[in-house]
Design a binder for this molecule. Structure first.
Ligand SMILES: [Zn+2]
Length: 287
């Protein structure tokens, strides 16, 4: 036993700790929860930021996250409750000590929504609302600057010790992306907002350590909203088929608050893994 510990101690000491922290667990209605936003932390440092809805900027600070540590920002879609506080983060970046460009990945556009490049231009481009900060889009910028990537088709990105797969999912007329992030030997998947009416999310979530999904609609009713979101039973089916180890239910909208017990009973009949409920600032260690 002693020999075992001596042999493997260096490896144990080197093993990294990956965790997922919720910044916002709510929806667009406001209230006591921030809108959707999440961090992936490695050894306590926030290296991935996913979405940045209302209230997330304050939560980012409360989570002791630093702009200097971020490797990439992932945006699932351009609904206000997923992106509205990005300009505040950019301004904070301007005041940070960050030297290298910040990678940001977001969806393509269509006739109803701008693509991610255009969205950033509408804010920080020469004719943008915040054109006084247009410097952040120039590669020569010596201070804080961005590198914007638009997901025109399903693809993957290799970052330092991290592999990210971006897949388009159905969210009505809204171009939307789900992400699979592989760091060391851990896999974290974000469904974003989706009706998940294709196999794409099931494939993307295969054997994930944790799937972060929305709990935005009740099992019954809200026919229109079903074109945008997964019902609890649909989320459970995908999690079971993909052999997901943990399912985190977030994006908890007013119309589902109070239905947790009922939905958990229903989902546990379909999905045999662990079901967790998101609260702002909870941190989940990925074992
Ligand atoms: Zn949403």
């Amino acid at each position: 036993m002693k020999l075992f510990i001596l042999l493997f101690l260096p490896l144990l000491l080197m093993a990294s700790h990956i965790s997922l922290q919720v910044l916002g667990s709510g929806g667009p209605e406001g209230g006591e929860r921030a809108s959707p936003s999440y961090l992936i932390k490695k050894d306590g440092k926030a290296i991935v930021l996913v979405d940045f809805g209302g209230g997330s900027f304050l939560r980012f600070g409360q989570a002791r996250a630093k702009i200097e540590d971020l490797q990439v920002v992932l945006i699932t879609h351009l609904h206000i409750d997923h992106v509205v506080e990005l300009p505040a983060l950019m301004k904070a970046g301007y005041f940070s000590d960050r030297g290298c460009r910040l990678n940001m990945i977001g969806p393509k556009g269509n006739e109803y929504f701008p693509g991610f490049n255009e969205y950033i231009q509408l804010q920080f481009g020469e004719k943008g609302a915040y054109r006084y900060m247009s410097d952040i889009l120039t590669s020569q910028s010596e201070s804080f600057s961005l590198k914007v990537h638009e997901v025109k088709k399903d693809r993957s990105y290799d970052f330092l010790n991290m592999y990210i797969k971006a897949v388009q999912v159905n969210h009505g007329v809204v171009p939307a992306v789900a992400y699979r992030i592989e760091i060391d030997d851990k896999v974290i998947v974000f469904s974003g907002d989706t009706s998940a009416n294709s196999e794409a999310l099931t494939k993307l979530s295969q054997d994930a350590d944790i799937l972060v999904a929305h709990h935005a609609i009740p099992e019954h009713g809200y026919e229109g909203a079903r074109r945008l979101h997964m019902t609890p039973s649909r989320t459970a089916t995908i999690s079971q088929e993909a052999k997901v180890k943990m399912l985190l239910l977030s994006h908890r909208m007013n119309r589902t608050l109070g239905l947790e017990k009922e939905h958990q009973t229903l989902m546990s009949k379909i999905y045999k893994g662990k079901i967790l409920w998101a609260e702002d600032l909870i941190e989940i260690k990925i074992p």
